[in-house]
Design a protein around this ligand. Structure first.
Ligand code: GLU
Length: 243
């Protein structure tokens, strides 16, 4: 089981994303990656090695951004390699994904016919192109991601950012773990609490089918029927030392 971290804040979140990945290393992984949305561009770094190598590359590149997503991959579709490492991008959208998309072949065939070019062997890349395809009709990132998620079968937790909307991230879960971390004017999401304790103890466990629109000072959760729902927040009892 691999790991996801997402952050939307008013400060540079790259160190939070990378520290989150370090805390998720115990889950096992074969490659890692990170993307930040900055000033109308996406900056992405991927490594077929350890999180420490990714962190070294981020430092060399002076990677910085207030909105970002990060991932440790446990390959299920496509060998462990840099081109298959997440995030996967389509246009100005970047996606990280935990789990398996069972109907990826049918969606890939449809998207190829529509002109999308695939650069990896993963099931995940179809999610990025599918969101991009939905944006043609439904430009809003949340609505387009929701429309894409509704088409997916399988188990997944995903996090999505767009270069057009730095300051916003969308996360969703179905059959794979994902929780929110509520900070002071900043919002986070991750596969488990250990990645979030560095920034907050206030957490929300998402339910099956939930999709969340994250901004630094607000968020909205919708259930699988598209209804706005409240999910209870609680203070994690875990201490950083215990983790
Ligand atoms: N199925 C995806 C892949 O092979 C995600 C695997 C994972 O959970 O890391 O890239």
């Amino acid at each position: 089981m691999c790991g996801i971290v997402a952050a939307v804040a008013a400060r540079n979140v790259v160190s939070v994303l990378l520290e989150g990945l370090r805390r998720l290393e115990y889950r096992g992984y074969d490659s890692a990656g990170v993307a930040v949305a900055v000033n109308g561009t996406l900056k992405r770094l991927r490594s077929a090695g350890r999180v420490a190598e990714l962190a070294g590359a981020a430092e060399r590149d002076n990677l910085s951004g207030k909105t970002g997503i990060a991932h440790t991959r446990w390959a299920t579709h496509g060998e462990p390699s840099e081109k298959n490492a997440h995030p996967h991008v389509s246009g100005g959208i970047a996606v990280v994904h935990n789990g398996i998309i069972e109907n990826h072949e049918a969606i890939r065939a449809r998207l190829r016919t529509a002109g999308y070019q695939f650069t990896s062997d993963t099931d995940t890349e179809v999610i990025a192109h599918l969101i991009q395809e939905h944006r043609r009709q439904t430009p809003d990132l949340f609505a387009a991601t929701r429309a894409a998620v509704v088409e997916l079968t399988g188990a997944f937790a995903i996090a999505v950012v767009s270069e057009a909307e730095p300051g916003r991230a969308i996360v969703a879960r179905q059959g794979a773990p994902l929780l929110l971390g509520i900070g002071d004017g900043e919002m986070f999401a991750a596969s488990d609490a250990s990645a979030l304790l560095q920034v907050t103890r206030r957490m929300i466990y998402l339910e099956e089918g939930d999709i969340v629109d994250l901004h630094c000072n607000r968020f909205e959760v919708r259930n699988s029927n598209g209804e706005k729902v409240e999910r209870p927040a609680h203070l994690s009892e875990l201490t950083e030392d215990a983790v």
